[in-house]
Design a protein around this ligand. Structure first.
Ligand code: ATP
Ligand code: MG
Length: 334
């Protein structure tokens, strides 16, 4: 039996953080035996907000870091196919075809558009930013993926993909699967500021590549319940990001339950809860650091992985494009 396919990925705009891990990376690693996994370094998607040359050039540097992040968390390059979006340009042709099938007001309603515009103080979104989910649909559908592991915030994008697949199939016959979003165990991890989701544009992140000392320092500065001014005040661990992180990353369940109980009774200080969190996080990150160091010392391996990835995806993408064009009536003129 053929395995189902997964496609997901990230923009090469900076290092990945704990939010990316629980939202999507953990699922990619967990499912790499069960599915044929495609991971895309979405460099064209990185141009949707900034187009200055320095920014564009920086995507090259960040591509390397992104691949290191993937390998460091345990993506197996023998099993998963990792490739750079712009290395497979036929996806742009599929994007163009899809753009004809998408209504502008539908894209204007995608919630991440407004969030990005607010966060980045953009008044006039570019045509490319509006079309972000359409390009993403082309990424997902040119390999006919069935499953898309993403964080909660991206669920609305996968919905656009599903609608496009349905519309295309309705108009031209069954070509595309209708892929499902797979949301991570923690749908949205809060940032260290406790206010918004962890996001590198906000600067409330703990990166997978942070050194142990940086993790300790960031955890020490984490937001906790501001009404709890002394350790002997009973409080609720729910909604406290320090405990959200304990739940997500501390495998010692008994320790976490015991800390929560003492927190409820006003018998533990923030300092102790945070110290134990820093230890748990660093224990989680240690094997990730080891694998990163292994691959960082082998830059040729990274290049080979990306070259092999593009070589594998190109014919798959081209075949889908040909099938879509023919279904639409754009076959060769005789
Ligand atoms: P950031 O949001 O940090 O600026 P980004 O915008 O480059 O990073 P996204 O495209 O937002 O990256 O995220 C890549 C993937 O990680 C998506 O599937 C997204 O849903 C998931 N993700 C990002 N941040 C979080 C989070 N805090 N919690 C859970 N999932 C997340
Ligand atoms: Mg984001």
């Amino acid at each position: 039996m053929n395995k189902g396919r997964i496609l997901t990925g990230d923009r090469p705009t900076g290092p990945l953080h704990l939010g990316h891990y629980v939202g999507t990376l953990a699922n990619r690693v967990r499912l790499q035996d069960e599915y044929e996994v495609f991971l895309i370094v979405a460099d064209y998607h990185a141009l949707t907000r900034h187009v200055e040359r320095d920014h564009v050039v920086s995507t090259r540097e960040f591509t390397r870091d992104l691949v290191l992040d993937y390998l460091a968390v345990g993506v197996d390059p023998e099993k998963a196919t990792i490739y750079v979006q712009s290395d497979v340009p036929s996806v742009c042709e599929l994007h163009l075809l899809f753009s004809m099938l998408t209504a502008v007001p539908r894209l204007e309603r995608v919630p991440t558009l407004k969030e990005v515009m607010d966060d980045e103080h953009l008044e006039n979104p570019s045509y490319g930013l509006l079309g972000y989910p359409v390009l993403q649909a082309a990424d997902i559908l040119h390999v006919k993926a069935n499953l898309v592991p993403v964080g909660k915030d991206q669920e609305s994008h996968v919905e656009v993909t599903r609608e496009l697949a349905r519309r295309f199939n309705y108009l031209y016959g069954e070509v595309f699967p209708e892929p499902q979003a797979l949301i991570g165990e923690v749908p949205t991890l809060l940032g260290t500021d406790g206010k918004a989701k962890m996001s590198k544009s906000i600067g409330n992140t703990i990166f997978l590549s942070d050194e142990a000392a940086a993790v300790e320092q960031k955890v020490r500065g984490m937001y906790t319940d501001p009404t709890r001014i002394r350790a002997d005040i009973p409080a609720n661990p729910e909604g406290n990001p320090v405990f959200q992180y304990h739940d997500a990353f501390n495998p010692d369940r008994a320790e976490v339950e015991e800390l929560k109980e003492r927190y409820r009774q006003g018998k533990v200080g923030d300092v102790e809860v945070k110290k134990k969190l820093a230890v748990a996080l660093n224990t989680f990150l240690d094997p990730i650091r080891e694998r990163r160091a292994y691959y960082a010392a082998r830059p040729q391996v990274l290049e080979d992985i990306l070259a092999a990835g593009a070589a594998k995806v190109r014919p798959i993408s081209q075949a889908t494009l040909t099938e879509a064009r023919e279904a639409m009536g754009l076959g060769r003129v005789k």
